[in-house]
Design a protein around this ligand. Structure first.
Ligand code: FAD
Length: 605
């Protein structure tokens, strides 16, 4: 069956993904004079970034004058268990304030302090109130602002277009291949540089705060084209997702609820986080309920205080493990979570600070959060690992290929602090756009896209439509999510990880004979096939990396190796690359050395 004819659109820089990272990269590349195409799987404005609630972390020092890039750097490194690429963490902390102020100049309207500056709220693991925010709808404001800029710059946007392959030649990127989801028509983008900004991998798990778009496309595209992935064992399980009703299980309950004073309790009414604070950071938290309460009162009155923060503002990895343990030990709520309560604060204050949460619980669970507690439990939220990139330019290990945002690894180490993703998108989106544009300018001529690669990619699109019998892609996706949830979740051990690899191998072979009914236009089953292929690759990368790292660190908790092993694992990343025979290689590589002046900022850590 001959498919429809292929469209071709050449660019200096092709950006795949129109979330915060992709938009910011596209703006920078265009400003540098490159011709830029911007591709996204859904409609412009519907990227994951729009869902971000709590805020964007930047050491503006508007609420706590003592804040500085140095403290932000330290918090990020300590939160990441020192596995972060130090130069990335440094650039991020230094440049985030300028990027947030730039966003404001471009029209973003943040919440305000009483004297009219950008208001900042506290979040887990941050030493000071640091998150610039717009109620609990920060991502919406950010994407709206970036979109306005991109459209004003005349960037070509391809919506509802999925990239399925990167093309390469002479060891470099030559462009990308994909298809229109509306018609199924193939499309080729010969490009001097390609920026991947496709986000995360949450759809590898059953319970996730992520939307259908998070199928690890960029990570898998880069891996197949020959680039390296790092830190894939570090998957963040956000402590608070909805657990009820079943249809919305996993939907995020923003950390801003805890940032505004939300208290976690088990079914016995115990404020259990007091038990789980890590000893080495205990001094940073309140001594008791009274001190925590006076911190919350000062916050809601907009004053500075010497009181230390409540235990609920521990890092996400720690709070997730605590909730999981409470539930496993029989102290959970009726639907398998714990209680998160903000109803002790004035109702109008809660509605003003957390309007989306108020509506979300009212609409979906018939719970008024100003009157009673929410039921919450861990949900797969973010992947710290991703494509290995150069801190300065976002260049991957494959010439011409760049990556920024959640798809890239290194910045967050073993655990990301809340709010540090939106700032990551802005800082490294801009740097990567500049890096890709300058590579494209140096390259000069448009690279040649190998027609054989295009033919092969088209055949892969056609094959599932030509089969008359075979596997159902939805059944394989369900089984894959079940494998990852059961065997590669919050707590891991060698036997489970071995079982997961065996199950993934079976799923890979089932995926070779997928068959779907219908045509190419708006065919969700057919679309899923290409996402499933990526999910299988990244699930294997997560599982193999998790098996290799025989210690517990940050978001990676091994029941059979419960302690951190600094000597063996404290300064190495797990690196995933395609082996010569097409199998997946996983190895360790040393972290880049940390300059003395940065090490000095870490204090005793
Ligand atoms: C509910 C929720 C709340 C959050 N709140 C916060 C917060 O308050 N603060 C914070 O710092 N972080 C937060 N995060 C995390 C943060 O929002 C994300 O990490 C971040 O938005 C990722 O941005 P991105 O630009 O990398 O990807 P995205 O914004 O997800 O954009 C990805 C883009 O890639 C496109 N794409 C993907 N695959 C393909 C393909 N094959 N072909 C073409 N296009 C493709 C998609 O269509 C989309 O346009 C939150 C996350 C969630 C889910």
């Amino acid at each position: 069956m001959a498919g429809p004819a292929t469209e071709t659109h050449p660019y200096d820089v092709l950006v795949v993904g129109a979330g915060g990272a992709g938009l910011r990269a596209a703006i920078e590349a265009r400003a540098a004079g490159a011709s830029v195409g911007l591709v996204c799987k859904s409609l412009l404005g519907k990227a994951h970034t729009v869902m971000a609630e709590g805020g964007v972390a930047a050491a503006l020092g508007n609420v706590a004058e003592a804040d500085s890039w140095q403290v932000h750097f330290r918090d990020t490194m300590v939160g990441g268990k020192l596995l972060n690429e130090p130069r990335m963490a440094q650039l991020h902390a230094q440049e985030a304030p300028a990027r947030v102020n730039e966003l404001e100049r471009w029209g973003a309207v943040f919440d305000r302090t009483r004297d009219g500056r950008i208001l900042q709220r506290p979040f887990g693991g941050h030493s000071h109130p640091r998150l610039a925010h717009v109620g609990d709808r920060t991502g919406l404001e950010m994407i709206r602002t970036l979109q306005d800029q991109a459209v004003a710059l005349g960037i070509d946007v391809y919506m509802e277009c999925t990239i399925t392959h990167l093309t390469t030649g002479l060891g470099k990127t030559t462009g990308a291949f994909g298809y229109w989801r509306t018609t199924g028509r193939p499309i080729v983008f010969p490009s001097k540089a390609v920026v991947l900004a496709t986000g995360g991998i949450g759809k590898a798990y059953e319970i996730t705060s992520n939307s259908w778009e998070y199928s690890g496309d960029g990570q898998a595209l880069a891996y197949r084209a020959g680039a390296e992935l790092i830190d894939m064992e570090f998957v963040q399980f956000h402590p608070t997702g909805m657990v009820w009703p079943p249809g919305v299980r996993g939907l995020l309950v923003t950390e801003a609820v805890r940032g505004e004073g939300g208290i976690l309790r088990n079914s016995l009414g115990e404020r259990f986080m007091w038990k789980y604070l890590p000893e080495d950071r205990r001094a940073e938290y309140a001594e008791n309920d009274e001190e925590a309460a006076s911190w919350v009162t000062a916050l809601s009155e907009g004053r500075q205080t010497d009181a230390r923060r409540p235990p609920e503002l521990s890092t996400r990895d720690n709070v997730s493990r605590a909730i999981y343990t409470e539930v496993r030990e029989g102290r959970g709520s009726p639907h398998g979570g714990v209680y998160l309560d903000i109803s002790y604060l004035a109702a109008d204050h809660v509605r003003r600070k957390l309007p989306s949460m108020y509506e979300q619980f009212k609409e979906l669970a018939d719970v008024d959060i100003t009157k009673g507690p929410m039921e919450v439990g861990p949900t797969t939220h973010y992947v710290m690992g991703g494509i290995r990139v150069d801190a300065e330019t976002g260049a991957t290990t494959l010439p011409g290929l760049y990556a920024a945002g959640e798809v890239a690894g290194g910045m967050h180490g073993a655990n990301r602090l809340g709010g540090n993703s939106l700032s990551d998108l802005l800082v490294f989106g801009a740097r990567t756009g500049a890096g890709a544009a300058s590579y494209a300018a140096l390259l000069g001529e448009q690279p040649h896209v190998d027609p054989v690669q295009v033919q092969d990619a088209k055949r892969e699109l056609d094959a599932p439509l030509e089969r008359t019998a075979g596997e159902d892609p939805y059944a394989i996706q369900r089984d894959l999510q079940s494998t990852m949830q059961r065997l590669v979740g919050i707590f891991r051990e060698d036997a489970d990880l071995g079982d997961a690899l065996a199950e993934l191998a079976v799923l890979r072979s089932r995926a070779e004979s997928i068959c779907v009914a219908g045509g190419r236009a708006y065919n969700p089953g057919w679309n899923l096939i290409f996402e499933l292929r990526n999910l299988l690759v990244i699930s294997e990368a997560v599982t193999r990396s998790a098996r290799l790292r025989t210690e517990s660190r940050g978001a990676h908790s091994r029941l059979d190796f419960p302690a951190s092993d600094d000597e063996r694992w404290g300064t190495v990343n797990c690196v995933v690359a395609q082996g010569a025979d097409g199998t997946m290689d996983v190895m360790t590589a040393p972290l880049p050395p940390m300059p003395d002046e940065l090490r000095a900022l870490l204090g005793e850590h």
